[in-house]
Design a protein. Sequence first.
Length: 485
Amino acid sequence: MIIQTSRSVLVAAAAVAMFVAVSTDCPLNAQTTTQPSTLRYGSGLLDVPVSSVLPHLTITGTWSGFFTSHDRSAIIDPAAQVVGWEEPVESRYYSDGSITLGLYDRAEIGATVHSLADESDGGDVWGLFGRVSLIQPENQGVGLAVGGRFVRAPDFGDDNNYQPTRLGISDRRLRDSYLGYTDEVQNEASLYAVTTAYFRGPAIRGLPEHDFTLTAGYGTGMFQGGDFLEFYRFADSDGWFVGSALHVEVADGKLLALMSEYNGFDINFGAQMDLGGLRVGAHMLGANYVERPARGYFSVYRSPKWGMMGSIAFTPFDDARVTAKPKLMMRPVPDTFMIPAPPPDTVVVTREVAPPMPDGTPVSVCLASGRSVRIHVSPQGDTLVGSMRIPMSDLGPGIVFEGDYAAGAQWFVDDEAITFEDREYQRSGNEVSLDCGDIMRVGEHMGVAVFAMRDQERPFQMLYVPVRPGVWQGYETDLQGTRGK
């Protein structure tokens, strides 16, 4: 009864999540810290999900596997009692494959394949999975998501009803019911709710930039099914799971993720290196079973297992790049001006008289980063910077404004259209000046940020790109034709 009540609550939560996802026009923010790949079910830790999802139209393909290390295998009767042993047991290697797609920065869906085998080995075992992000912080904070996993049960060609295992292998011993037990094993459908806290790592001299994530959640099905079977579990949490990860930027576009988790049955550890969209990793499953019993390990579920994984994340619909570059949370950018060093020769004066500052009109300039800076413009049209209002022409190339601009870019010089969210935008009107408070960054085109008015709704009719500091060019699309399709 407890399991049924919890399941109904999660079904209701999932229904609310899908209603929110379909009915609102305002997308959730995409994840900031790039999450690792689970071994079988999309983004997450090793087996535990997280609250974030893949960015829109990002696709990941993952392959993973592990080696078994148990010495003997328990033989059970219809009442789940151990009546003998199969020994010795040769070490085997099991592997899984999955593919995942991110949708609208608020959901991800995918499919997984555990085995393609003959009926004597359980037949084909595959599954589907998905997750909807309900709350996703723009930067630091707490996120919330609900999701589900469906795995087809093995079929050995007899009258027993078998159930999928948490390791993705086919096992004749795991059935839906046993003599003398009122509890049933229902692992085919697993629903869950998960929350993740995101923390930006402090800046410490000598250490690379890093983030922390802490995850906790509750699930049905595979997260708790079989918790009364001796060969299947040693201890369990009745569906609760936790996990943590340290995300370290070892180089530009390269992240190292160090993970630990408890999936309701096992303690797992892993490390994954993301090399600009190509991800490799190693993991240890069942670390809570490291202490070897006197007669050796008697179950693949209650023994430590070492494995490896590989994954690739790519964005086939993004003209600017193919592989998905990982990233940490955004760091605050200091508002500073770089003043060139003084010349080596010095002049000694006996009396210092501060020269009068040149006249200038204060002007607020919106930069490509979305931040405003205050400058002064002289009557001659010179840009004056710094507390002494020094003309930029006197400072040389040492002074630049932050951000990347379209001026000089070949696509801008050639007056090419830009593509955003599958729509083509043409240059519209003359260059204009915009207030940073009226616009928001919505994407990127060929390395240059793309902005839209804050009061616009998706799909955007007008986009703006920064041409030079304080100068913007509008691009417009024909939404009437789009909406009329």
